[in-house]
Design a protein around this ligand. Structure first.
Ligand code: GCU
Ligand code: CA
Length: 719
């Protein structure tokens, strides 16, 4: 149960932290010298139940990267933890409390900058930061302190498929290990350790290698024991159950702790599928279905004393067809339980039930919007990661692509963002996107393919209506094999036939491409796209008996709805790897970056208030009513050049207020902020400035005694 908010730290950890501060004073600075040597830290890591290794890790953080407000409590917790780690007489509860306090403070660290966008590319095999393959299925990503840890299972079949991804590998799920990777941006993953391997001892003198099945695991932190508890499904010695392993640090080698065969209220032993969910209050839950039939969804709390038992399950859903891949996320205060069809690691839509409390009151089932076009980007539900950014909350859907191992396309881990637009969450299927873990913002990647189910992999069986595509006439089916050793392709004909797909595109320069082959007397074979203005761009496909790649010239598309068509008027046309991609060299659309006046590194010479409604973020800058009392922003520009600024303000005073606009120390304009008619009436002033590449200081400094109007935020790149 990792405590991730200050509120919970106050509730549970503060008394302990305060007591430890006293210990730290008493213990003096003896650790400081030892901590400077690696061997000293290694010894301490063992002595202090993993606290030493956490301390060593957190000592690598540097104050300049964080806001002062968030750094101060962290520095204090680190100092205390350092002393406890060095104190040979520290008790286990003291060590646990120091860990909890350190991770809570680390979890509250606020970056001093706006972060950066990192690129996630799906439909590829992912590597870790040292270039080695990531093999991680059916696990989860958990945030401990300021770091995300990704645990999953490395199965032997993953290696075979990666080495030769042009065939099926059935039932290749012999257990190899449970690797753990760490990341602070959720994109670049560093291999840390194998927390369990085939030789990890388990119950009854057996080892994990002897288990008939190991999979579907998650990890939580228990603040009472200071241990990280891994719960996985296991089939051991003829018994199904949840196997508990535990370690002293997130990347420790974990040891056997318990094997629980029955969770009260589940009709069967073991679980169907399962994941671990940690709520904002630090409580940890197992999300699971019953093993046989999988018709019931349960949420069971890990017992608080040590997280080594599951309390009776609360049944939150029921569907007689069965659901699996059970997983949970929480977005804007609501709990969402998602699951897939019950058909053996197949691709599936996501079925969601939602509630405002974790163990009861769930709605009826609905299909998560965006998962129906390509069966959740050709995956089964894996797990979710909820990121609370400084600008928005984004949930990452981590889909598993591992059907019979794993011939539904390249890559095992397909991650896409989920946001809430309106009442319900929306799944955004993309082949490439970019994510900023600091702000929580995401955007479409430059190489994204706007066509959904472009490789005809989603169905996995032969169908006459291909997922994501609407038949416009004639014979339509998917045939095997596809181009480039893939599993399926789309076949039209013989004779006149076609399919279409409705998509949404931003304006820009694009290119169409496909692999195609033909048979018989083909005429009018083509791939085309019609944009929102009705303009159609066509890639004609000449006859060829073998797979041939066809590329269109570049063309412009208007923003909005677009329709992709594939058709032939004669013969048989088979296509695969369809793509509609923005061409390289095309400038990404200008994206306005918003900087809130209340969010560091912004500076407000006055107070951050929230008494006049209508502001964005959590407040606005009410600068002191005096000449020179400024509001200042630090803004990043991708390249040097002229850009638009939008200053959102309210002026309910009696007259216009004038301020100097000071960019990187030079006054570049004088701006008049007129009366907006009231303090709750906000308006945006558009300005044009020249910025340097990288960081820029933008200050508004009043030249009148009334001071500034109230300043809400600054947009850079748009008004
Ligand atoms: C009022 C108003 C403030 C504002 C101030 C001003 O006190 O509530 O939000 O900043 O006037 O005149 O600047
Ligand atoms: Ca004021």
């Amino acid at each position: 149960m990792i405590r991730s908010t200050r509120k919970t730290l106050k509730r549970a950890g503060l008394a302990a932290a305060a007591a430890l501060l006293f210990v730290s004073v008493a213990a003096g600075g003896g650790f400081a010298a030892a901590a400077t040597t690696t061997s000293g830290e290694a010894v301490l890591a063992e002595q202090a139940g993993g606290l030493g290794s956490l301390v060593a890790d957190y000592k690598t953080r540097s104050a300049s990267r964080y806001t002062g407000d968030s750094w101060a409590p962290f520095a204090k917790a680190l100092e205390t933890a350092t002393d406890v780690a060095a104190d040979a007489s520290a008790t286990a509860p003291e060590v646990a409390a120091a860990k909890t306090a350190l991770m809570s403070a680390a979890g509250e660290l606020e970056a001093a900058d706006e972060g950066t966008f990192q690129t996630i590319t799906n439909n590829t095999f992912w590597n870790d930061t040292s270039g080695s393959p990531i093999y991680s299925q059916g696990g989860g990503v958990f945030k401990f302190g300021d770091t995300y840890y990704w645990y999953g299972v490395h199965y032997l079949g993953a290696e075979s498929y990666r080495a030769n991804p042009t065939q099926k590998y059935d039932n290749q799920v012999s257990f190899v290990s449970i690797p753990v990777y760490s990341s602070r941006d959720l994109v670049n993953w560093k291999f840390e350790n194998r927390v369990a391997t085939r030789s990890t001892p388990i119950n009854n003198g057996a080892t994990l290698g002897q288990a008939g099945w190991v999979g579907r695991l998650g990890v939580s932190y228990n603040e009472n024991t200071g241990k990280y508890v891994l719960a996985t499904q296991a089939y051991v010695g003829g018994g199904h159950g949840v196997l508990f392993l535990q370690g002293d640090s997130p990347t420790d080698t974990f040891d056997y702790a318990y094997f629980q065969t029955q969770i009260t209220n589940s009709p069967t032993t073991g679980t169907g599928d399962q994941t671990v969910f940690t709520d904002d209050d630090g409580k940890d839950y197992l999300i699971f279905s019953n093993r046989e039939g999988r018709s019931r969804a349960f949420v069971s709390k890990f017992r608080e004393s040590d997280s080594l038992r599951l309390e009776p399950g609360a049944q939150i859903g029921q569907n007689s067809s069965g659901r699996e891949g059970n997983a949970m996320f929480k977005l804007d205060g609501k709990y969402y339980h998602a699951a897939s069809d019950l058909h053996g690691w197949n691709t599936s839509v996501n079925y969601v039930i939602e509630s405002s409390s974790v163990q009861s009151g769930y709605s009826g089932e609905y299909v998560l919007a965006g998962t129906e076009m390509d069966y959740s980007h050709v995956t089964q539900t894996g797990f979710f990661v909820t990121v609370k950014g400084t600008k928005q909350n984004t949930v990452i859907y981590a889909g598993d692509r591992w059907a019979d191992f794993a011939w539904n396309g390249i890559g095992y881990n397909q991650w896409v963002p989920i946001t809430r637009t309106g009442a319900r969450p929306q799944f955004h299927s993309m082949t490439q996107w970019q994510f900023n873990v600091t702000t929580g913002e995401w955007r479409v990647g430059p190489a994204n393919n706007y066509i959904l189910n472009p490789n005809i992999q989603a169905d996995r069986i032969v169908v006459s209506q291909v997922r994501g595509w609407t038949n416009t006439g004639g014979g339509v089916t998917n045939v095997s094999p596809g181009a480039n050793g893939s599993r399926f392709a789309l076949q039209l004909g013989s004779g006149s036939a076609g399919v279409r797909q409705q998509i949404t595109v931003p304006a820009g320069t694009y290119k169409l491409s496909t692999y195609a082959k033909t048979a018989g007397s083909v005429s009018g074979a083509q791939l085309s796209v019609t944009d929102a203005t009705g303009a159609t761009r066509t890639l004609s496909i000449p006859s060829s008996s073998g797979w041939t790649r066809r590329d269109s010239a570049e063309f412009q598309l208007a923003a909005g709805a677009a329709t992709v068509n594939v058709r032939t008027s004669g013969g048989t046309l088979t296509v695969d790897d369809l793509a509609l991609v923005k061409t390289s060299g095309d400038d990404p659309p200008p994206v306005g970056q918003r900087y809130e006046a209340e969010t560091a590194p912004a500076v407000c010479q006055g107070t951050i208030d929230s008494n006049h409604a209508g502001f964005t973020g959590t407040g606005f800058c009410n600068a002191s009513n005096a000449v020179g009392s400024y509001a200042q922003f630090t803004a990043n520009a991708a390249a040097a050049g002229t850009t638009t600024l939008g200053v959102r303000f309210a002026n309910g005073g009696s007259a216009a207020r004038t301020a100097n606009l000071i960019v990187n120390g030079s006054t570049v304009a004088t701006v008049s902020f007129e009366n907006t008619g009231g303090w709750t009436t906000w308006s945006t002033k558009s300005l044009t400035v020249s910025l340097n590449a990288g960081s820029n200081t933008i200050q508004l400094s009043p030249t009148v005694a009334d001071g500034l109007p109230n300043i809400d935020h600054l947009n850079v790149g748009s008004a």
